[in-house]
Design a protein around this ligand. Structure first.
Ligand code: FES
Ligand code: FES
Length: 155
């Protein structure tokens, strides 16, 4: 199978990756770049555990073909920290105990990052719950996750 090069900027670092035509962005992030914070769940766009930002928009990395990411900017959960410190949203997750097994957490953080980045006013609980509709958590019941996002969005 021939490989061809794509160019990405991942967490502010320009990179070149040789990919198979059918590889997904999820494959590139985990297998080629070793960014294991982006989790693989269903691989069919149902669970949201693979959510990353593609040019600032939340996407399921399992549904993006790697060639379609050529020339674009990706942020993964590893890119959220600031100078080695958890950012405000991550700290809010910690403060509110918004995780149990943690498998969904990176996807939740990336969806919430995109959501909060689009808000100009105070954030309401129903908006947060709607924003999380594509992210499944089998552990928490969502209450603490929603509280953490509300706190980060309204502080
Ligand atoms: S692994 Fe991508 S949505 Fe489930
Ligand atoms: S904390 Fe376990 S799946 Fe969400």
């Amino acid at each position: 199978m021939p490989l061809f090069d794509i160019h990405l900027t991942v967490n502010n670092i320009p990179t070149k990756v040789a990919v198979r035509p059918q590889a997904t962005l999820l494959d590139v992030l985990r297998d080629a770049l070793g960014l294991m914070g982006t989790h693989e769940g269903c691989r069919v766009g149902e669970c949201g555990s693979c959510t990353v930002l593609l040019d600032g928009k939340a996407v399921n990395a399992c549904l993006v073909l790697a060639p379609d990411a050529d020339g674009r900017t990706i942020t993964t959960v590893e890119g959220l920290e600031q100078d080695g410190t958890l950012n405000a949203l991550q700290q809010s997750f910690v403060k509110h105990g918004a995780l149990q097994c943690g498998y969904c957490t990176s996807g939740m953080l990336m969806t919430a990052t995109a959501f909060l980045g689009e808000q100009n006013n105070a954030v309401a609980e129903m908006q947060v719950r709607e924003a999380l509709a594509g992210n499944l958590c089998r552990c928490t019941g969502y209450t603490k996750i929603v509280k953490a996002i509300l706190a980060a969005g309204n502080e």
